[in-house]
Design a protein around this ligand. Structure first.
Ligand code: PLP
Ligand code: COI
Length: 342
């Protein structure tokens, strides 16, 4: 089947695809993952995900290379992070064999939705784990649903590699010290909705958060990690217990070190913004999106991100690996073989 999608114009929007996959946990056991063509869920009105936010999720991508092969980028890293979020929210862990089996099946079934090589698009994979059983006193659910849905996507921010404007808002924190910032819980994103809408109305597509304890250090963006290049050419990224450990950032650090670039993962003071020549947002959805300005009250910092800069080289090398144009020397891609139809 060839789908009539305008692959080159995909943004980051939900659309129904052929199917998703689902498994239920009850009494200590996971059911066999089953594919479902209906993109709806029937849920108890007292499910803990609805009332008490027992919801964890992940984001990863599958890519088509020039020979049409489908490969998934570092899926094991997402499982590790999903299980650390599950531990935090008192959800059951997802067994490795169940996860990989479900992941391969759902991607294979939706092979026609993986954007063709050369369009720049990819298949975004969203695993979701929720407390789906009824509990009205505040306690963990006795039933859980794992589902994995997929959608074809293009750039998260309009303009892609052109750069976005960012703002730091007083009066809004994303997470608390010793709170939920280091795990991927749905509630973190609910807390970011109001500031994100406020920022967009002011003309800033992306919010940068400071550490909520002292407001002197940079934490991360609402959708992604903060990365920067200083005047000496070092790759600088915050070390903070309240940010999400990004798999993209981890990969970029590996690539940067491999290129002989000095990497500094350390607390980054807000005042250091004036020392950076490049700033970017990195994550699965945003890849590396250059940040051209950051505004904070009456101050504004500008970053002359250029096509010849380090962030562009890192971006090209990462994306090159993902689309099979550059050797996968770190072994990050997992093949997802699809049987050819007769
Ligand atoms: N930080 C936040 C708040 C995110 O939502 C994401 C996206 O998942 C990231 C960072 C980047 O993480 P990753 O590179 O694993 O997608
Ligand atoms: C991702 O990059 O996978 C995320 O979950 C970020 C989200 C804002 C789309």
């Amino acid at each position: 089947m060839s789908l009539r999608l305008d692959w080159g114009k995909l943004g980051f929007k939900y659309m129904p695809t052929k199917c998703h996959i689902r498994s239920t946990w009850r009494g200590g056991r996971w059911s066999r993952p089953e594919l479902s063509k209906k993109d709806e869920l029937t849920l108890s009105i007292a499910a803990t995900c609805l009332h008490y936010g027992q919801a964890c999720f992940e984001g990863l991508k599958a890519f088509k290379d020039k020979d049409g092969r489908i490969r998934i980028f570092r899926p094991g890293e997402n499982l590790k992070r999903m299980n650390s979020t599950a531990d935090f929210l008192h959800c059951p862990r997802i067994p490795e064999d169940l996860y990989f089996d479900a992941l391969m099946k759902v991607v294979r079934e939706n092979a026609d939705y993986v954007p063709p090589y050369g369009t720049g698009g990819s298949l975004y994979i969203r695993p979701l784990l929720i407390g789906s059983g009824p509990t009205i006193g505040v306690s963990p659910s006795e039933e859980y649903t794992l589902l994995i849905l997929v959608i074809p996507v293009g750039p998260y921010y309009k303009g892609g590699m052109k750069g976005v404007k960012s703002v730091i808002l007083d009066g809004h924190d994303r997470t608390a010290p010793m709170g939920t910032g280091h795990v991927k819980v749905a509630g973190n994103y609910a807390a970011g909705l109001h500031p994100s809408i406020k920022a967009k109305k002011m003309g800033f597509p992306i919010v940068l958060y400071l550490d909520s304890k002292t407001r002197k250090y940079i934490d991360e963006f609402g959708t992604s990690n903060f990365i920067a290049v200083d005047r000496k050419g070092a790759y600088v990224t915050p070390d903070s217990s309240t940010i999400l450990p990004s798999i993209t950032n981890k990969s970029l650090i590996t690539i940067a070190k491999d290129m002989g670039v000095k990497v500094e993962r350390r607390p980054v003071r807000l005042a250091e913004l004036s020392k950076f020549v490049e700033v970017g947002a990195c994550g699965t959805a945003v890849v590396i999106t250059p940040v051209e300005t950051i505004k904070y009250n009456d101050r504004e910092w500008h970053f002359p991100n250029s096509d010849k800069g380090l962030l562009k080289s890192l971006h090209d090398r990462l994306v090159g690996i993902q689309f099979g144009e550059v050797e996968d020397k770190f072994g990050w891609l997992m093949d997802c073989p699809v049987k050819k139809r007769p």
